[in-house]
Ligand binder design. Sequence first.
Ligand SMILES: Nc1ncnc2c1ncn2[C@@H]1O[C@H](COP(=O)(O)OP(=O)(O)O)[C@@H](O)[C@H]1O
Ligand SMILES: [Mg+2]
Length: 449
Amino acid sequence: MKHKIAYRLALTYGLIFILAVAAIDAALVLVYRDNQLKKNENFYFGLSSMFATMVENNIKITNYINYNEGLVGQNNGRVLLLDTEGKVLLDSGSELIGVSLTNQEFRKALESGKPATGYYSFENKGMAMFSYPVHFSGHIKAVVMISVFIQDIYDDINRFAMQIIVISALVVIMVITASIWMGRRLSEPIVRLTTAAEQIYKGKIDTTVEINRTDEIGRLAGTFNRMSGELKKIETGRRRFISDVSHELKTPLSSIKALIEALIASETEDELCKEYLQDINHEIDRLTGLVCSLLTSARLEEVMIKGEPLLLAEEVDCAIRALLPLAAQKHISLENTCDRSVVIHADRNMLKEVLINLIDNSIKYGVQCGTVSIECSHNSFNVVDNGCGISEEDLPNIFDSFYRVDQSRTGENGSGIGLFIVKRIIELHGFAISVSSKPGSGSVFTVTF
Ligand SMILES: Nc1ncnc2c1ncn2[C@@H]1O[C@H](COP(=O)(O)OP(=O)(O)O)[C@@H](O)[C@H]1O
Ligand SMILES: [Mg+2]
């Protein structure tokens, strides 16, 4: 079933509503029934009380009984006057005079001295029996008994009950329909989200859902779409990365192959052979560098940083020591102007990687006899050089993987992964990196922590 929630909701609401409505209906019908019977009872007690008063005052009531029999008789009723033994003294129907009756209402009235009522069914018709004691100087001397059919009252109550049941049934149907509609409104976007998630699972990762709502489901759909957008970006990045890596590996491999083939084909002199082997060696160095960088960047995906308080100036010293031979080749001087007290909370190896990459770039892209200086403050450090600089259009891209500024301008052939790794490490630490540069006059890389 596609809209399970809708039907479950309808069933739950429906059941709760049916129970509530049934309870209310039953209460209403009972109250109505009580009211109707009470009204009827009051009427006949009034009549009985009148007879009783007449009997108490020795007024001859035969005529009245006969007269009132008309009133009672409308309901096929009967009026009797019984003595305390239950013997009928007067009967509006005459046949029972002299007969002894001892029904329940008669006994109740005698025993309690108060009026009593009983309800019966006679020939499938509802009937009521009222008894009313007659007093003579403080003692009960006789009892007035009235019996009437009250089937019309029962019919009226049944009609009332039927009307209420019909109205309630209509309301229940309306409630169930409304809950199905509501449930569908609730589950329909969930069904669509599920379908979209299945699509993504099957590989169509750019699947999105169009749900224009501002509630939680709308927010869920928004997040879902952002997630699928992000997945798409990651997938595109992954593909590009693989193709970049393959390309990067292919270039040195082809030149190694070409050099070796040239060596095989020629009857080489030792000098040329050496030269070729040096080129091959150089290409292999490049390959090794590239593979190392790739390994570092792959490791960064799953690494946990082990942050510790480090004296920044000491870490800079350490990085400078490692790069001195490289700087010496270009007669570049490396300066550490850091405040010795600056402490940075970072992973030592990763910080070293960042410093070496930034200083290495400044040397690589620096001018002969230039300077590279590392300056620190309490919340940032800068790597400043007076090298070739970076043009404005290249600046936003230099942190992308494999991005290199046109090599003919810089004369260097790096892999373009260094700054990508730097950025990743900086992000892992929750730091930020920025760069400002002017072509021809140098660059400043700033890490803020
Ligand atoms: N200090 C710098 N001065 C000039 N250009 C730089 C500097 N640092 C980085 N770049 C430019 O940014 C590019 C990306 O740097 P990076 O990712 O370290 O790659 P790589 O060093 O392998 O070329 C470099 O190719 C270079 O063109
Ligand atoms: Mg680099």
